[in-house]
Design a protein around this ligand. Sequence first.
Ligand code: M6P
Ligand code: ZN
Length: 186
Amino acid sequence: METPKIIVPPLLFVRDLLLGDEVTKSNRNLSDLKDLFQDVKSYETMDPETLLYEVYSYTPVQNDGKTGALNFGITHIYPGKVGQEYFMTKGHFHAQDNRAEYYWGIEGEGVLILMDRKRNVWGEKMFSGSLHYIPGGVAHRVANTGNKVLSFAACWPSDAGHDYEEIAEKGFSARLMEVDGIPQLI
Ligand code: M6P
Ligand code: ZN
């Protein structure tokens, strides 16, 4: 046996930041969500380079068929709208349909939009401390309904994979829009 040691973990989760040498970052601009917003006229008046959200991820095991590992991510969604539709993530099913995921709110305000395979849609409010269990077979997208950054964390199986195809083709069957100043699924 080696001498037992206590180490500082290689990952830090401080407020809404995920820090560590193996953390990767990806950005999504308005141009990455082309055709996902309803109001095409408003979309076209906006700068395609507008930053909608950034994702910091830790993926210790690549999806090479191994099961059992977990990924971790923190997403920051900026406040804003395209027409009356709130800035949101692309949204996805999992490529391995029965893989579940947890999301939890860190700061800011938003709505987690969920849609099952029958295209039934519902929403859960997100706020600091909200915890969301997303079962397998349920597509998930987050919209920022507040006027500051919405940060949330996520934990999902490393072999889940992302399936963006149905959302790219048909979208969700309801959109989160501001109507009379209130977020509504329509
Ligand atoms: C969370 C996780 C990630 C996902 C990210 C952005 O951090 O679910 O797997 O990539 O949100 O969501 P999307 O991929 O739908 O744009
Ligand atoms: Zn997911």
